[in-house]
Design a binder for this molecule. Sequence first.
Ligand code: ZN
Length: 280
Amino acid sequence: MKLLRFGELGLEKPGILDGNGVIRDASSIVADYSPETVSLELLSILRDIDPATLPAVPAGVRIGAPVSRIGHFIAIGLNYADHAAETGAPIPNEPIVFSKAPSCLSGPNDDVLLPKGSVKSDWEVELAVVIGKRCDYVEERDALDHVFGYALCNDVSEREYQAERGGQWIKGKSAPTFGPLGPWIVTSDEVGDPQKLDMFLDVNGKRAQTGNTATMIFTVRQIVSYLSQFMILEPGDVITTGTPPGVGLGMKPPVFLKDGDEMHLGIAGLGEQRQKVVAR
Ligand code: ZN
């Protein structure tokens, strides 16, 4: 199943993408996809519904982030060996964990706003995990049973704020619109193995990033289990799991986003995003 939210910013409704690519309005079944409603039980309810019985939504509607008001937006840094190399950082022995402010969550095709004065904003195509069941000391073998689904994420990053302004990384990862998520959450059963997904990101029509989740240093299973040793993961929490090589910081010389740039990114089976960059 592909679950999404559609409508104007702040007024989104929950939907299901049917087999023909038509959005169906699921608001008669669930009020929203949010920490209050996201659960494995909700998935079994939705699975029993024939999307054709739900109202079709006209094409062209805005798509929002597929889950709202999340409690926690966690990210893993330097989780691809080849990306760690391009940044000059050693391969981490344990996952590098940081946060993005939940308020940076954004629709998949909404404009990305450069913070005032930003000169080092950068792109990162990533696989994001949406938690569907409370995680407290979860074993690796059970970790994927706690996943609601997967989504495409652009972990937009301001490198100066991230690394040159006295820590922590959250400063460079949290500006409004720095967390495009979606277009939809694809449920685990449809994704299958999350460690074999091709991914790409283009800037202004030119390929910047190419990767596959097979080269992650720490797998989704390991990340969910690892995080649950340090904190409770709640339904609706989003974990974005790191980026493959090809970020602007790693280019020689480095290349950063500027007003008018366009990003286009995707992960096999999870859909695509297009964002225009707009200076505030
Ligand atoms: Zn990242």
